[in-house]
Each structure stands twice: as C-alpha cells, then as structure tokens.
Design a protein around this ligand. Sequence first.
Ligand SMILES: [Fe+2]
Length: 412
Amino acid sequence: MASSATSPVQTTDAASLQDARAHWRAAVLRVRGETERRAAHLSAEDQIVQSMADASPTKWHRAHVTWFFETFLLKPHLPGYAIFDERFPFLFNSYYVAAGPRHARPQRGLITRPNGDDVTAYRAHVDEAILRLIDTVEDDETSRVFAILEIGLHHEQQHQELLLTDILHAFAQNPTGPAYDPQWQPPKPAAGPRGFVAIPKGIHAIGHADDSFCFDNELPFHDELIPDMRIGRHLVTNGEWLAFIEAGGYETPSLWLSDGWTTVQNEGWQAPGYWGQKDGAWHVMTLGGLKPVDPTAPVLHVSYYEAEAFARFAGKHLPSEAEWETAARAGLLADAFGTAWQWTRSAYLPYPGYRAAEGALGEYNGKFMVSQMVLRGSSLATPEGHERVSYRNFFYPPARWQFSSVRLAEFV
Ligand SMILES: [Fe+2]
C-alpha cells in the first residue's frame, strides 16, 4: 500500500483535474509499455518457463499485474466493468488471501493456456478500461481512484524487475547460456576513491518524508541513532570476492552463520550465483549471456548469508538500513542506485508505529515482516523512476537470484 498520491491529484479545480487526468494517462502508457518492451525480447516459449518456485514465468508477470488493476481498481471503481475472463483471477492472484483463492505458485509454469496472445488481449482490455476510468471518474473520486492507480503502476514496476531476474534464472539453467538481450551491457561502476567514509554520528530521521508516493513499509518517518562508524563508498568487487573464494571462504565454517553454513553445504555453493568455470576461468551468466567475470565490477547474485560471511572475512560488518539511508541521504555512497541491491544487517520489521492499510491491499507488505532481510538502493533491473532513498526491498537470507551485492561498514 501507499501514502497519498502525488501532487497533481490533490487539487480540485477543473484545470488541475484535467492536468491530473493527462498525467495519469501518460503514466499508464509509459509503465504498461515498459513491461511489454521488456517481454518483447522473449519468445512465447521463453515466456512460459518457471525455473524454480520463487521465480514466475514472464507470461504470468504480464497477466498478474493486469489482474491487480482489474481487481483493485476497475472492479470497484469503473461502473459496468466486465471481467475479461472469469478464470483469470484464480490463475493470476499472487498472494492476496482477501481477493480469493489462487493457483499454487510453484505450478505457474504449467499453465500453457491462456497462451501469450490471450494475455496480450487481457492487457489490452484492461488498458482500455483504465484509460476510460481516468477520463470518466467523477471529480470528487479522483483522489481515491488515482491513488490506487498509482499503487498499481508501482506494483507493475516491481514486476518489471522480477521479469528480468526470473528470466535470467531460467536462462542460467540452459547449457547454451542464452542472452536475454545480446546488446546488454553492465552498468559502469562509479569512479572516485575507494575506501570508507564517516557517517555523521547522532540522531537521524529515516523513512519517507514528503507526500509523494511510497509503499507503506517506508512509513512512519522516524528517528534512528547512528553510532560512530564508517561505510564503504563502493560495492564489493568480483576481484575482492575472488580473494574470498581463493582464501577458502566457502570452506571455512567459522565465517558463516549456522543457517548459512547449512545452506552452503546443501546447495554446494563455491561462488556467487550464476558463476561457473569455463576454459579455466570464472564466467557469470548475465542478461547479455555468459560473460567472463570482470574483477573490477561489483559482485552480483550473492545471498545474505554470503554477504554476512564475506563481511566477517573482511573484518567488517554489513550496514544497518538506517546507517545505509543516512549515508545515502548525505551523498556519501557511490553506486547506491542502479547497479545492485545491497544487503543490510537489518531484519525486515515494521518501523515504530507502522500500520498496514485496511483491506486486501494491506497484504501488500505488512504480512511479510518476519524472517527476511532488508536490501537498500536499486539494481540494474529497476525501472526508471522506481528508486527512492527510503525504499525497502526484502528477501529471504538464502535468496541470490536478484541483482544483490554487498557494501561494507566498520565501527570506530
Ligand atoms: Fe504482485
């Protein structure tokens, strides 16, 4: 769920409302179009595959985000809206218990019908209805309706990132190492001196501070105490990770949390996700296909367990999310955004005074606040306009199919 919508919908005079309608029409076309641009690199066969229970097929992502608008925006707010297909809510509800029963997540890849063309038609049906709602909603309903629309667009952007991380996982299972996009290039790491910089000690406020959009888990804006400490300006590199591997990092139980060591043993981890030896050298699966590991690039596809073990190996720590956000707000961090999410040592918990929203959309974030760790920043897969300094991503500690990396901290 979210806070209030952005400023264009807060006014009530006629000219401003026309501006707001135009603003949201453009936003819908831009965001919905980006999903299709990302999917356009993939064949119909690519779009069906589900390579593990945590990853979803592209076709499912395209349909699920559409179901979200149909369920939470169109059904309640567009008079006379006709559900596109009565079978779809069961197939494309993800985890909203209040919105009804749903298909089992690990079996999404078994759904060959509706086919991709059916999903394309579903998207067109819902797009037309959203645009009609924007044009026809009563003036005094615009604030409430546009707030739900805005959540739907941010939700779709979250799935745009998952579309890429999930297809990369699928392609990584393919011995031929296919490229999602042969032209894809990794982001260039920021220049400038490496090393650690001091975070201003004291009480600092974190969380979302103004009336622009945020998810409910970024609220309330609240004070945190930052100790005397320093934080890495840059992300840990592949070269530094190679030193960890060569020093026996993956074979040294004393570096690992108990659950982490169990995972290393069970999964046979010897390197970050998607790394493998080819012709005597480490290679890594990327959106551009299988590439040699670049020792100067930030390490990607590491789990919380690996991040934590690496920090211990380096004699450092992971920053807390409050420390990360304070440093980012102070402009101290290189590659805070746009390369990889950065694990923090903070468990994903409610901020002081947090309350989930009423109703089904209250399930968006609040019910996941146990057993996961917070990641901060954004990644190379995060769509433009979706990043915020207060943004809280969260995954389970063994997860490493996201674009996840490490930034170290040290206490003084
Ligand atoms: Fe979703």
